[in-house]
Design a protein around this ligand. Structure first.
Ligand code: B12
Ligand code: SF4
Length: 500
């Protein structure tokens, strides 16, 4: 069966685009079992050929679509497009894991997959091959290409659909079943490598912050060396990788890294683990292995925040020697009370300062993530966050809006004690990189949050030293349109303040 794995694009602003590792892993699992599979990523393909055009030109029997919460509405649209072309539609990813029932009720959605799915997708393919009704229905639909064909597929329980863990489906009577959850994969080395070679990698280049300052023809790949995180930050949504940290062996990671560098021509690599440095000893071993295997000439960065309290000078020195160019840190807030009681980050402001000192001493570029508008924030705590950003002075500061994702402790707090603004009832509006506050809590109003968020951008990026740094950078003029767009939404918005 030919399968197309798709990521739909939303209007959610994104500072960067990189390959979709979830789809890469699913494609790797399918290829390992001999199935034919392709990947379509709206982020880099929609402007050339829409999903509808692609399916009209090149039909697939199965279309699998991925969605975090802000993209689920786009995923439903993509499923409708795929169904019109006669495909069996499968939705999976973070939002589907949190709210499977919402999507399986839609007539254009045939199957919903919850959780990690490398094994689930293979079991689905086997069941599709066993279920005689499926082929019959498909034939009938594809012979009527102009019909809406939005009726959902019904599956024969005798084909074993009820045994597939983590699957939501409809039986022949149309009754919806949510099979039990699948447990997390505990042997990550046993999972086939993601199908990196299926991505149109040349379209993922020149993207901030992975590649800025490097050559425009960069081939920027990403890699996941571990999954899960045991910390319980109240805003963090971890429906897929979960609370149990699972690391791949150093040998297994090196084998994939070598493939990226030596066969696929990677010129930069981003590590996208939830928490890359939870096991500090393993992180150091990995760096040493990159050096020993002579893979340290290709620059890499930790895309997501390293945890500041699991670091030391030796780790950063080794990272530098291993080719690391830039480290990201989840700073989140400049107020210790907020960090401890609201964000529950398991770190203090002094730990943040120490990690930045060590990283800078190792001559690594730094990147910080800062959140504005958490429940319990005050104007003073947000001011402390801005002050900390100025003091730490990372090469890149990402100022994010607190966004309540379902399933997080923050979501529960807001349900009980806050008020989520009505625009958030539309999933596509929940985003951390937007300039809109998402909820009211206590005395803090949205105007103040938005004001402090815009003000942080201005105070950080409009300092003379910063402007000078941007002007002298080689790629500034190439990236000029990006700067103009970014400045429009981040620096110029004044975030009108309510009179006190
Ligand atoms: C790398 C990353 C990014 C990258 C790349 C995103 C991408 N295209 O993959 C960038 C920086 C672009 C990004 C952007 C955003 N991200 Co992000 N991102 C991550 C991160 C850190 C790792 C993703 C990853 O590689 N996971 C590992 C792979 C193996 O897992 P996976 O992708 O989930 O796929 C598995 C399953 O979900 C399932 N599956 C996935 N898709 C499908 C489809 C089918 C058909 C099936 C059957 C199964 C299936 O099978 C896969 C294999 O097991 C996760 C955190 C995390 N650990 O998941 C956050 C995370 C997914 N991101 C999140 C968010 C909020 C965003 C943004 C909305 C932020 C914003 N701008 O406001 C945007 C969304 C924009 C977009 N277009 O996607 C949230 C999602 C929360 C939620 N409830 O949806 C997460 C969970 C972070 C968090 N802890 O809060 N992100
Ligand atoms: S924000 Fe980072 S440290 Fe906190 S729970 Fe999520 S992945 Fe773990």
């Amino acid at each position: 069966m030919r399968t197309l794995l798709a990521s739909p694009e939303s209007g959610v602003w994104n500072s960067r685009k990189h390959i979709h590792m979830g789809l890469g892993y699913l494609a790797g699992a399918l290829l390992a079992q001999g199935y034919e599979v392709d990947i379509w990523d709206a982020a880099v393909e929609e402007d050339i050929e829409t999903l509808n055009q692609r399916l009209a030109r090149d039909p697939y029997e199965v279309v699998g679509i991925s969605a975090p919460t802000p993209l689920v509405v786009n995923a439903w649209e993509a499923a409708a497009a795929a169904k019109k072309h006669g495909a069996i539609t499968i939705l999976g990813g973070p939002h589907l894991t949190l709210m499977p029932h919402e999507s399986i009720q839609k007539s254009q959605v045939d199957l919903v997959v919850r959780g990690e799915a490398e094994q689930t997708i293979i079991e689905i393919m086997h069941a599709l091959e066993r279920d005689p009704g499926i082929r019959g229905i498909r034939k009938q639909e594809t012979s009527m290409p102009d019909s809406p064909a939005l009726t959902p597929h019904l599956f024969d329980p005798d084909a074993g659909w009820g045994d597939i863990l983590g699957l939501s489906w409809r039986d022949l009577e149309g009754k919806i079943h949510h099979n039990p959850d699948r447990t997390l994969s505990d042997d990550l080395d046993a999972i086939p490598f993601p199908a990196h070679h299926l991505f149109k990698i040349e379209r993922y280049t020149n993207l901030n912050p992975l590649t800025d300052g490097l050559e425009p023809e960069a081939r920027a790949y990403t890699i996941v060396t571990s999954r899960g995180c045991p910390y319980k930050c109240t805003y963090c949504s971890k429906p897929i990788t979960g609370d149990t940290w699972r690391g791949r062996s150093v040998e297994n990671v090196i084998a994939e890294w070598r493939w990226l560098v030596e066969d696929l021509g990677a010129t930069e690599i981003g590590v996208t683990d939830d928490i890359w440095n939870l096991d500090r000893g393993r992180a150091k071993e990995l760096c040493q292995a990159l050096i020993d295997n002579k893979l340290n000439h290709v620059p890499w960065i930790t895309i997501h925040g390293m945890k500041v309290n699991n670091t030391d000078q030796e780790l950063f020195d080794l990272m530098k020697a291993a080719g690391c160019k830039r480290v990201g840190f989840g700073v989140e807030n400049g107020d210790d009370w907020m960090l401890r009681h609201v964000i529950k980050k398991g770190q203090t402001v002094d730990m943040v300062r120490q990690a930045f000192r060590w990283a800078k001493r190792a001559k690594l570029q730094t990147m910080g993530f800062f959140i504005y508008g958490m429940p319990g924030e005050t104007e003073e705590s947000m001011e402390k966050t801005t002050q900390l950003a100025l003091e730490l002075d990372p090469d890149l500061a990402h100022f994010l809006m607190a966004a309540p994702f379902p399933g997080t402790e923050m979501w529960e707090i807001l349900e009980k004690h806050g008020q989520v603004y009505s625009h958030n009832m539309d999933w596509s509006q929940i985003a951390i990189q937007e300039d809109k506050a998402h909820f009211a809590f206590g005395d803090l109003d949205e105007e103040t949050i938005e004001y402090k968020w815009h003000e942080a951008h201005r105070r950080f990026y409009l300092r003379p030293s910063r402007i000078a740094r941007i002007v002298i950078r080689g790629d500034t003029w190439r990236r000029f349109p990006y700067y103009v767009r970014t400045a429009g939404s981040m620096l110029l918005g004044l975030g009108e303040r309510k009179a006190a």
